[in-house]
Design a binder for this molecule. Structure first.
Ligand code: PAF
Length: 296
C-alpha cells in the first residue's frame, strides 16, 4: 500500500519502520522542513523515507495519523484538499473525542480509529526504541471504514498483534478506562506505572475505575466491573517500568492529553447526569499543573 504517516513521533516511526520493512511504500508528513528523513528503530538499519512530499500524500491509500488527540485538527486541516476520496484515514491516539470532527470534514472517506498498547520512546529526532510489545485494535466508524477489515492482515503482518474490531467503541472505552486510571495518577505523583499497584495508590486507582465503569454502563458498553479492573491491573503490571505518556508530558512541561482522556469521560458523565468526584479531582490536578507551565 501507499501509506503516509502524519505525525512521525515515536509511535508513528514504529509503524513507519514495520510497514516499510514489510513491503509498503511509506512516506512521512510532519513539521520539519525536509524532503527525506532517516529514521532508526532500535539497532536496526536506518531507513530513508520521503518527507512532506505532496505526490506521496495525494497517492496515499492509507493516511495513518499518529499525532496526539489535541493536534489532530491542526495537523489534518491543511492536508484535507490533497487527500484522495478513497484514501483510508486512520487516527491512532490515546483518548477519545476526535471522531465527530473527522466525520464532519471527511464524510466520504473510509474512516478508522485505532488504539495501541505498544510502547515506543524517542531517543533523538531520528532514533526510536520499541520499549514494549502490545496490541493494536482498530475498526471502522463509518460505512466505508467498516469495510476495511483487510487492514488486519496488513497491520498484523507488519507488527503483531493487530485485531480488527467490528465494534471499535468497546475497545476504545476499554483503553480509555486504562488511560483514565493510569495516566493522571502517574502524572500527579510522578511515578512509574508499576507503583500504582502499591497500597499507597491502588485504592485511588480502584475508585477511578469504578467511576469509569458507571459511565461505560450508561453508554451501553457491556463489561463487568471486575473484568475492567483486571484489565487495568494487567496493564499496570505489564508496563510496570514504563513512564506513562502523561507522566512524561507533565514532567517535560508539555500539554498532556487530559482533555481527551479524563475530560472526555467527564463530558460523557455530564450527558448522563453522573458525578465523578475522583476523576473530577484528578482532572483539576492535571489542569493546575499545565497552568503552571503557561506561567513559566
Ligand atoms: O499512555 C500511555 O502511557 C499508555 O497508553 C499506557 C497503556 C498507559 C502505558 O503507559
Amino acid at each position: 500500500m501507499n501509506i503516509t504517516i502524519v505525525g512521525p513521533g515515536a509511535i508513528g516511526c514504529l509503524w513507519a519502520h514495520h510497514l516499510s520493512t514489510h513491503g509498503h511504500r511509506v512516506s512521512l508528513w510532519g513539521r520539519e522542513n525536509l524532503s527525506h528523513k532517516t529514521i532508526q528503530l532500535d539497532a536496526q538499519a536506518p531507513l530513508r523515507l520521503p518527507y512532506n512530499q505532496l505526490p506521496a500524500l495525494q497517492e496515499a491509500d492509507l493516511l495513518l495519523v499518529t499525532v496526539k488527540a489535541w493536534q489532530v485538527e491542526d495537523a489534518l486541516t491543511p492536508l484535507l484538499d490533497n487527500i484522495d476520496h478513497d484514501c483510508i484515514v486512520m487516527l491512532m491516539h490515546n483518548g477519545m473525542g476526535t471522531a465527530d470532527w473527522l466525520q464532519d470534514v471527511l464524510p466520504n472517506n473510509p474512516l478508522v480509529l485505532a488504539t495501541t498498547t505498544h510502547g515506543a520512546l524517542r531517543i533523538s529526532s531520528s532514533h526510536f526504541e520499541h520499549t514494549g510489545t502490545g496490541f493494536t485494535h482498530f475498526g471502522g466508524i463509518n460505512t466505508a471504514g467498516k469495510q476495511c477489515a483487510f487492514l488486519q492482515d496488513v497491520f498484523n503482518h507488519a507488527l503483531p498483534e493487530a485485531l480488527w474490531c467490528d465494534n471499535i467503541e468497546q475497545a476504545l472505552w476499554n483503553k480509555l478506562a486504562i488511560n483514565c486510571a493510569i495516566n493522571p495518577l502517574t502524572a500527579k505523583y510522578s511515578v512509574r506505572n508499576g507503583e500504582l499497584a502499591q497500597k499507597e495508590y491502588h485504592p485511588q486507582l480502584v475508585c477511578v475505575v469504578e467511576e469509569v465503569h458507571q459511565v461505560m454502563e450508561a453508554e451501553g458498553i457491556a463489561i463487568e466491573l471486575n473484568t475492567l479492573q483486571s484489565k487495568v491491573d494487567d496493564v499496570v503490571r505489564l508496563t510496570a517500568n514504563n513512564l506513562s505518556s502523561m507522566q512524561q508530558d507533565i514532567s517535560h512541561q508539555r500539554r498532556s492529553e487530559i482533555d481527551y482522556i479524563t475530560g472526555y469521560l467527564l463530558a460523557r458523565a455530564r450527558a448522563h447526569q453522573l458525578e465523578l468526584p475522583y476523576n473530577q479531582a484528578l482532572y483539576k490536578d492535571i489542569q493546575r499543573l499545565e497552568k503552571t507551565f503557561e506561567q513559566n
